[in-house]
Design a protein around this ligand. Sequence first.
Ligand SMILES: [Zn+2]
Length: 187
Amino acid sequence: MEKLLKDGLLCKLLEKADDDFARKAREGGCEYCGEEKLHRGDYKRQPRGGPGWDKRRSFNCAKAGCRKRKTPPSVRFLGRKVYAGVVVVLVSAMMHGLKPKRIERLRQQLGIDERTLKRWRAWWLENFVQSGFWKGARARFMPGLDEEIVPLSLVEEFGAKRRDGMMKLLKFLSPISVPGGLEGVAM
Ligand SMILES: [Zn+2]
């Protein structure tokens, strides 16, 4: 699993997936006023644990008086987390399976402080499993997925120890990457 954290091809695939999300968002125009033209208005974001990504794609409506923002979903940025999504998912998953010593070593290698790890754990086990997104999505997993060990159970379900499975898992999670996405709507 740790290899994926340094996988250059995975990084490229994630960038491409985000480009696709961005293109679709741009083609869809403004959701508020129907204006077709959107200007680029990327956010500066440098997620830790990524390969040097420096912006998150976003747009602004071109129409004067509207200018509403439209931020496409992302497989690289998991909501407002400081770390790249793949790090948040993998390291959180590993915490359920590894011995404390190995967790500690990995934590130090990646330079993640203990409080952050605790916060991630609480986020998955409380915020995530209680979210509207998850309540709408969990029915697709038969038999039910073990919510006591997310995201490890998600990683196993999607085969996300491998590159293609991780892509699928991050795409599955991408709706929660936009503001309000975790509250979600039933799918
Ligand atoms: Zn508009």
